[in-house]
Design a protein around this ligand. Structure first.
Ligand SMILES: NC(=O)c1ccc[n+]([C@@H]2O[C@H](COP(=O)([O-])OP(=O)(O)OC[C@H]3O[C@@H](n4cnc5c(N)ncnc54)[C@H](O)[C@@H]3O)[C@@H](O)[C@H]2O)c1
Length: 247
């Protein structure tokens, strides 16, 4: 088991990519903290994972855009499991619009959750991980943070910001054996991409050399690699899991 005895805190993990990461980590023996703004759904996911993988899992309610919630998340996780080995910053939202039409509220909301949320969680866990001199932090960015995307100025800025945050934290924390990396998914089949029309999905697929959308399991497997011993000499990197759509 690749993560036996480890504890992983995963934000936005009630569903989608975060849930898939929680499941693969649980299958490799990790104890799991499912954190989400939607506590009912988070509790269901935690209960299902506990039953299926016979490991310990808890659900913690929290809005990552609030620093206080992230501090409570870290404290609750430590109270329950005594340690945090892995933090996955996965919670994210979209509020798409063309630049001309985008409201200040749409800009602020996406930056608050996607970018400030990552800062809030890293800040909250950093005191503990720095003292312990060990840890893994994986931030879920996006291909659009690398290449831009019309209609997503707020989202692409947040994801580009996550890449910069990843490199900065990798440099700050390296001497304490805390490895910080990002995953940049391409277009993955989840509730987030279900919002798109068939036409939009087809247009997207035509730009992907592997000619299909990705699955949540594609991102979960990449996360497992970056959380485990096989990536012990990798930090400050952005692992693109995008079917080749951006090289
Ligand atoms: N699906 C894709 O194609 C794709 C591509 C690139 C990157 N991503 C990124 O992957 C991550 C997961 O996306 P997904 O497709 O699974 O989305 P999703 O909408 O299925 O899941 C997101 C989860 O985050 C939770 N959440 C939303 N706001 C929150 C907040 N303020 N605090 C805590 N939790 C919150 C939601 O309740 C939900 O459970 C996001 O960061 C997203 O930007 C997704």
């Amino acid at each position: 088991m690749k993560l036996y005895g480890k504890t992983a805190v995963i934000t936005g993990s009630a569903q989608g990519i975060g849930k898939a990461i929680a499941e693969i980590f649980a299958s490799e023996g990790a104890k799991i903290v499912i954190s989400d703004i939607n506590i009912e759904s988070a509790q269901q996911t935690a209960d299902a994972i506990k039953t299926q993988y016979a490991i310990e899992a808890i659900a913690v309610a929290g809005n990552v855009s609030k620093l206080e919630d992230c501090e409570v998340l870290v404290k609750t996780s430590l109270d329950k499991f005594n340690k945090i080995d892995i933090l996955i910053n996965n919670a994210g939202i979209t509020k798409d619009n063309l630049v001309l039409r985008m409201s200040e509220a749409e800009w602020d909301a996406v930056i608050a959750v996607n970018l400030k949320g990552v800062f809030n969680c890293i800040k909250s866990v950093s005191r503990y991980m720095l003292k312990r001199r060990e840890g893994r932090i994986i931030n879920i960015a996006s291909v659009v943070g690398q290449m831009g995307n019309a209609g997503q100025i707020n989202y692409s800025a947040s994801k580009g910001g996550i890449i910069a945050v990843t490199k900065t934290c990798a440099r700050e924390f390296a001497s304490r054996n805390i490895l910080v990396n990002a995953i940049a998914p391409g277009f993955i089949r989840t509730a987030m991409t279900d919002k798109l029309t068939e036409e939009q999905k087809q247009a997207m697929t035509s730009t992907i050399p592997l000619a299909r959308l990705g699955e949540v399991s594609d991102i979960a497997k990449a996360s497992l690699f970056l959380a485990g011993d096989d990536s012990a000499y990798i930090t400050g990197q952005v692992l693109a899991v995008n079917g080749g759509m951006y090289m």
